[in-house]
Design a protein around this ligand. Structure first.
Ligand code: UN1
Length: 514
């Protein structure tokens, strides 16, 4: 792949197998957040009309695609997985240039696509239905998985290719056509992934990609739903936008797959291995600069180990290298301007309300204020200092809302009940962790925490490609991606009965009376 040179990648939407030359939404330059003078992609943006046209193209292509037997469709998924593997390093480098994710994490992200393709290559041979006994003789009942039709997938840029693959790969395996709108701030790697999907041999119109700004895409989605061109919406992004999308889909009798924000708690019990807990808090709080939906929000620490945890945590943060994402760093720059600005807003807020703990100094950005251990040029990109805020209580904004940045709050608890309340009280329910050596605590916490995903003695992030991924409450509508669970998003159950009695048998009425 030639996409790792420093030239800007030309990116345009793909509709019905054709690249669109026009740019009704304007031309946008996307820069490398680690070096703002480097343009990574020049994007011809589409608009609401482009989105609708893409849905129409998908509608036209879907029936033929669904007619191909699933085991054969999944051979294309296998080929796509191998192509991703062959281009793993190039994709990871481009990913790092696009959004500033540390290269090691970018490699992990690309691996997640490969794992997803491997899983669904097999699943194409296993799209099982059931045979079910009837209450009447000479009658057999069956269930079939039927593709939903056209899936519109709108994704975030913090996982610009792995999370899209969690939707796109199973959607295609199940016989759907897809319209994908990648995030505006990760167009280059999204385009490279789309190119691989097409090179894998997908027929024209089965995968369509629309590069557009959020509001245009939303308008396009609304129009497409009104015209009956979309059968399932998948959205990964903020809880606020997810709520809008959920309301829009509800008006069209649809239940979308919503994967939203998190305020993920990490509980440290008095019997925890403190070093392990610190390691987990460091990775999940500051990895990807705190910009994962599974990032640690608040560490909830028992009062007996609170001071010691805080001391070790602050030291670990201070010692961790931050900077150039091509080096071995804990985290690089923020994903883009919008995230950087929002982080500054949080810093102001927490400076007003809390003061910032220990090593994090004043919590100001690194520009003009290089910190110990900084790698590279702190003034070149959208770099932010890490912040630990101690003494967080349920009244604080920092307790209540996702920050999507390198800020971790630390709260103190006295008994298990209080820990559970703190873990659930914000209304999100994505991921949670508990550090303990006591199995009873671990299982009690599992029963009581409202999160869709739980780690015992591991961090809040790091989902695997074959486990159900998703949240409850403000984190989503209970839908799950990945593994066999996602099949219920991209297929609908169809029930069939077949009567060979040669006479009308009426359910409930013509049953044998014992
Ligand atoms: C997200 O941030 O939207 O579990 C997904 C994790 C990653 C996925 C995060 N594998 O942290």
């Amino acid at each position: 792949m030639s996409d790792t040179t420093v030239t800007a990648r030309p990116v345009s939407s793909l509709v019905g197998g054709r690249r669109l030359d026009d740019a009704p939404g304007g031309i946008m330059q996307s820069t490398n957040p680690a070096r703002l003078d480097e343009v990574v992609a020049e994007v011809r943006l589409g608009d609401a009309g482009t989105f609708v046209a893409a849905c129409r193209a998908a509608r036209e292509a879907q029936r033929e695609w669904a007619a191909i037997p699933a085991p054969i469709r999944s051979q294309l998924i296998k080929k796509i997985g191998r192509l991703v593997e062959a281009n793993k390093e190039a994709l990871a480098r481009l990913l790092t240039r696009d959004i500033g994710k540390p290269y090691a994490e970018s490699l992990g992200e690309v691996q997640e696509i490969i794992d997803t393709c491997d899983f669904f290559t097999g699943e194409g041979r296993r799209l099982y239905g059931r045979t079910v006994p009837s209450e009447m003789p000479d009658k057999q009942l069956f269930t079939f998985r039927v593709p939903v039709g056209v899936a519109a997938i709108i994704t975030a840029g913090n996982f610009p290719v792995a999370v899209p693959s969690w939707y796109i790969v199973p959607a295609l395996t199940c016989g759907n056509a897809v319209v994908w709108k990648p995030a505006e701030y990760s167009p280059a790697v999204a385009d490279a992934f789309a190119e691989i999907l097409i090179r894998g041999g997908l027929p024209d119109g089965v995968l369509n990609v629309v590069h557009a700004e959020g509001p245009s895409a939303f308008e396009g989605l609304e129009r497409a739903l009104e015209e009956g061109l979309v059968d399932k919406v998948g959205f990964t992004g903020s809880s606020e936008v997810g709520r809008e999308i959920g309301a829009l889909c509800g008006r069209h009798y649809q239940s979308p797959c919503l994967e939203l924000g998190g305020k993920n708690p990490l509980v440290v019990m008095p019997d925890a291995d403190l070093d392990l807990a610190v390691e987990g808090a460091l990775f999940s709080g500051f990895g990807t600069a705190g910009q994962r939906c599974t990032s640690l929000g608040t560490a909830i620490v028992h009062k007996s180990v609170y001071d010691e945890f805080l001391r070790r945590f602050a030291r670990a943060v201070e010692e961790a290298p931050i900077g150039d994402p091509m080096q071995n760093v804990l985290y690089g720059p923020m994903l883009g301007e919008r995230f950087y600005e929002r982080f500054l807003g949080w810093l102001e807020l927490i400076e007003d309300h809390h003061g910032i703990h220990g090593s994090t100094g004043t919590g100001r950005i690194t520009s003009g204020n290089p910190r110990r251990g900084f790698v590279g040029d702190p003034e070149a990109g959208l770099y932010c200092h890490p912040a630990i805020v101690s003494g967080v209580t349920p009244d604080d904004e920092l307790y209540k809302k996702e920050t999507f940045g390198p800020i971790v709050g630390v709260a103190r608890f006295s008994d298990f009940e209080e820990a559970v309340e703190l873990a659930n009280g914000h209304g999100y329910g994505l991921s949670a962790a508990i550090y303990t050596t006591n199995a009873t605590h671990a299982f009690r916490f599992r029963e009581r925490v409202s999160a869709g995903m739980l780690s015992v003695n591991n961090s809040t992030s790091g989902a695997e490609a074959h486990l159900p991924f998703g949240g409850n409450g403000k984190s989503g509508n209970g839908s799950r991606l990945s593994g066999v669970w996602v099949l219920d998003q991209f297929t609908r159950w169809q029930a069939m009965n077949w009567d060979y009695a040669g006479k009308l048998q009426k359910a409930q009425m013509d049953v044998i009376d014992l």
